[in-house]
Design a protein around this ligand. Structure first.
Ligand code: PBE
Length: 307
């Protein structure tokens, strides 16, 4: 179990979130555009031509590297890797001081609830389109654990559902398993729609592999309870993105719940596509990536990052 590690990460995020600015409005205001045509904002120099990213294995980092290639405006820029927690810390420090910052951002994420942020337009499409989050199983799972297989096949929820758990973890400081339990208790009908007609089992082990982001920890924090209530003994392992896919392909784990496809994890998926089983979307078209900045920055597009 790697929950202790996750607990540390979210604990830190909580402190940072509490220290951050509490702006409440939504972070999206795409309609605005000032027509001065003159993009000399000075942000590039102020930011030392640096985009603040997360762990190097994340698909969004590959998309950001792609953007560095696709945009002339980003010719002199570099992408700095760190972790979700460290990136959010830098973002919150910048917001506190009303300084510019460019981060790799994604939905669903609690940061849009607590901060006034916007995606930069991406006319080259480096970050893809809104996509699904799929559930993947190892081959043979249907035969070995038909009950879990059926539940995971039925598993389907929304970005709002996930955000409730993420918010309890990051902003309320709850452990993922506690936040997941609350969601399960409050959404009995939804959970029943996944487990209806499925037989209970007797303490069989089930292993879920997941990545180091709050989207994954919140999902897993919920699904652990759903499966344990059906009689499974669930183990979870937190790994780098590429290893999630390898673990399923190699039968080292039974399932993963955070396959962002077809764009974000497209390369990882392609490598193992024939050795895993895709159980379909658990979240439909609500996942998205991009470069994200505080609303107070006077730019709207990646192309405006020129100088
Ligand atoms: N994320 C969250 C992950 C997938 C889930 C967008 C940071 C990534 O691989 O980029």
């Amino acid at each position: 179990m790697n929950w202790r590690q996750i607990g540390t990460v979210t604990g830190l995020s909580l402190i940072l979130a509490a220290a951050g600015c509490g702006a409440d409005e939504e972070g999206e205001n795409a309609a605005e555009s000032d027509e001065d045509g003159d993009a000399e904002t000075g942000y590039a120099e102020e930011l030392d031509y640096t985009i603040t990213g997360i762990d190097g294995g994340a698909g969004i980092m590959q998309a950001a590297e792609q953007a560095l290639e696709d945009y002339d405006a980003l010719d002199d820029w570099t992408l700095q890797s760190s972790s979700e927690t460290a990136m959010i810390a830098e973002m919150e420090e910048a917001i506190e001081n009303e300084e510019p910052i460019v981060i790799t951002g994604w939905d669903p994420h609690w940061k849009f609830v607590d901060h006034d942020l916007k995606y930069l337009d991406d006319p080259e499409g480096s970050f893809g389109e809104p996509e699904d989050i799929d559930t993947l199983a190892r081959q043979g799972l249907q035969e070995d654990a038909p009950e879990a297989y059926e539940i995971l096949e039925n598993f389907e929820w929304t970005a709002d559902d996930m955000a409730e758990i993420m918010y309890d973890i990051v902003v309320e400081g709850e452990e993922p398993l506690d936040a997941g339990q609350t969601w399960v208790d409050e959404n009995e009908d939804v959970v029943n729609s996944w487990t209806e007609g499925v037989d209970e089992v007797d303490g069989e082990t089930f292993e879920i592999v997941h990545g180091p982001w709050e989207t994954d920890t919140s999902t897993v924090g919920m699904m652990v309870h759903v499966l344990e209530d059906m009689g499974y003994e669930v183990e979870t392992t937190n790994v780098e993105a590429n290893y999630m896919y390898q673990a399923i392909a190699d039968d080292d784990a039974d399932a993963m719940l955070g396959a962002w496809l077809p764009y974000t994890h497209g390369d990882y998926y392609e490598d193992v596509e024939d050795e895993v089983e895709n159980l379909g979307a658990n979240m439909d078209g609500e996942a998205a990536l991009g470069l994200v900045v505080p609303e107070y920055m006077d730019i709207d597009s990646i192309e405006d990052l020129q100088e």
